[in-house]
Write a protein that binds this ligand. Structure first.
Ligand SMILES: NC(=O)c1ccc[n+]([C@@H]2O[C@H](COP(=O)([O-])OP(=O)(O)OC[C@H]3O[C@@H](n4cnc5c(N)ncnc54)[C@H](O)[C@@H]3O)[C@@H](O)[C@H]2O)c1
Length: 267
C-alpha cells in the first residue's frame, strides 16, 4: 500500500514536471522564427504567451494562432518596453517568464563597416535586451519570482563567420550581461539564463545568411538545421520551476555543430 501511494505520488509528480500552467510569459521577437517557436513551446507547456514584436501583422497572426496576445514593441525603445510591461501587468497581474529573443544578424564586413552598423545591431540585440528586462525584473523582484531567458548564439562566444563580427560581439555581450544580472537578482527568486542556438531554420536565417541556410546542415553532425521548437524546449526547461537552482548559465542547442575537431570529415 505504501508502495502504491509512493508510486502514484511519483507518477503524478512526473506528469506535472515542467508544467507552466497559468504562467504569464512575455516573448520578444515572437512574431516569427525562434521567438515564435519559443512562444509555441511555452504555450504547449501551459503558459499564456504575450507576443511582442515590431512586426504587427505577423505578430497578430502568431498571437491568434497560439491563443496569446499581441503587443507592438520595438525593443530599441525603452519607453515602449515599459508601456508593454505595464499593460501586461495591469491585465494579468504579473510576468513570470521573459524570453528576450528579438535580434538581427545582417552580414557586415570589416572594411565596409560604418559606425551606424554597430549602432543599429547593438541597439536591437543588446540594448533591446536590457530595455526589456529592466521593467520586467522590477515586477519579478516585487513578487520574489521570475525566469529570464536570453537568446544569445554560438556566434561570438564560441564561433565566428565572415561578416559576423558585430553580431558576434553583441551575442557574446549578452552572456556577460546575463552573468552579472543573475548574481544581482538571485536573492529575489529570479533566475537569468541563456540559450545559444546554432543554425536554426528561420526566415531570418534565409534572408540574412542565405548560404548558411542552404548549406549549413552539412557542417552539423546531425545533418540538419535546428527547428525553432528545439530552442523553445530549452527555454521551457529554464522557465520551469524545476530549474530553480540554475542561474547564470547558457545552453548550446546546435545538433553538435561546435563539437567536431575536423568539421569537413564528419563520418
Ligand atoms: N536563426 C538562427 O540560426 C539563429 C542562431 C543563433 C541565434 N539566433 C538569434 O535568435 C533570435 C531570433 O532569430 P530568428 O532567426 O528567429 O530571426 P527572424 O528574423 O526569423 O525573427 C526575428 C523576429 O524579431 C523581430 N524583431 C526584429 N527587430 C525587432 C525589434 N527592434 N523589436 C522587436 N522585435 C524585433 C522580427 O520582426 C522577427 O519577428 C535572434 O536574437 C538571433 O540573433 C538565431
Amino acid at each position: 500500500m505504501v508502495g502504491l501511494i509512493a508510486f502514484s505520488f511519483t507518477t503524478k509528480g512526473m506528469m506535472n514536471m515542467f508544467d507552466l500552467t497559468g504562467q504569464i510569459a512575455l516573448v520578444t521577437g515572437a512574431a516569427n522564427g525562434i521567438g515564435k517557436g519559443i512562444a509555441e513551446t511555452l504555450t504547449k507547456a501551459g503558459a499564456r504567451v504575450m507576443i511582442a514584436d515590431v512586426n504587427e501583422e505577423d505578430g497578430k497572426r502568431t498571437a491568434e494562432a497560439l491563443g496569446g496576445e499581441f503587443y507592438k514593441l520595438d525593443v530599441t525603445q525603452p519607453k515602449e518596453a515599459e508601456r508593454v510591461v505595464e499593460a501586461i501587468v495591469e491585465r494579468h497581474g504579473t510576468i513570470d517568464i521573459l524570453a528576450a529573443n528579438a535580434g538581427i544578424y545582417p552580414e557586415v564586413y570589416i572594411e565596409e563597416m560604418e559606425e551606424s552598423d554597430w549602432d543599429v545591431i547593438q541597439s536591437i540585440n543588446l540594448k533591446g535586451v536590457f530595455f526589456t528586462a529592466k521593467p520586467v525584473l522590477r515586477v519579478m523582484k516585487e513578487r520574489g519570482y521570475g525566469r529570464v531567458i536570453l537568446t544569445s548564439s554560438i556566434t561570438g562566444d564560441i564561433t565566428g563567420y565572415p561578416g559576423g563580427s558585430i553580431y558576434g560581439a553583441t551575442k557574446a555581450a549578452i552572456l556577460g550581461y546575463m552573468r552579472s544580472t543573475a548574481v544581482e537578482y538571485a536573492k529575489y527568486g529570479i533566475t537569468v539564463n541563456a540559450v545559444q542556438p546554432g543554425m536554426i531554420a528561420t526566415e531570418g536565417l534565409k534572408k540574412q545568411l542565405g548560404i548558411l541556410s542552404e548549406k549549413g546542415a552539412n557542417a552539423v553532425p546531425m545533418k540538419r538545421l535546428g527547428e525553432p521548437e528545439d530552442i523553445g524546449a530549452a527555454v521551457a526547461f529554464f522557465a520551469s520551476k524545476e530549474a530553480n537552482y540554475i542561474t547564470g548559465q547558457s545552453l548550446v542547442i546546435d545538433g553538435g555543430q561546435i563539437i567536431p575537431e575536423t568539421p569537413d570529415v564528419i563520418l
